[in-house]
Design a protein around this ligand. Sequence first.
Ligand SMILES: [Zn+2]
Length: 115
Amino acid sequence: MQERLTGFKCKRCGRVTYPKHERCLSCRGTEFEEVGLGDECTLLTYTKLYALPEGIEMPPLTLGVVDFGGGVRALGQIISDDPKIGMKLRPVWGKLRKIGEEEMYGFKFEPAEKG
Ligand SMILES: [Zn+2]
């Protein structure tokens, strides 16, 4: 399945967020337009979660904030055993977790260059 990572740009102030928030984090605006985020991003920061909500497989989970340039940032799962700040990542579409019988899909980020 091929999907494009889409951010949500606030129509009032232009701030782009992913995933979508009910209200803009900057101006509390509620109207957004979808924008493509591109294929490469840089890892800004990450955290490893060891206590996972029920239904999420493969612990520990690494959550990171990536930067697509121009201040466009996204939060997602980092697929790397050894994440490093500043490493290049690319978004990949895949299964995020399973809740009951329902499988949730979304974007994760894996190293742009293997090895
Ligand atoms: Zn805004």
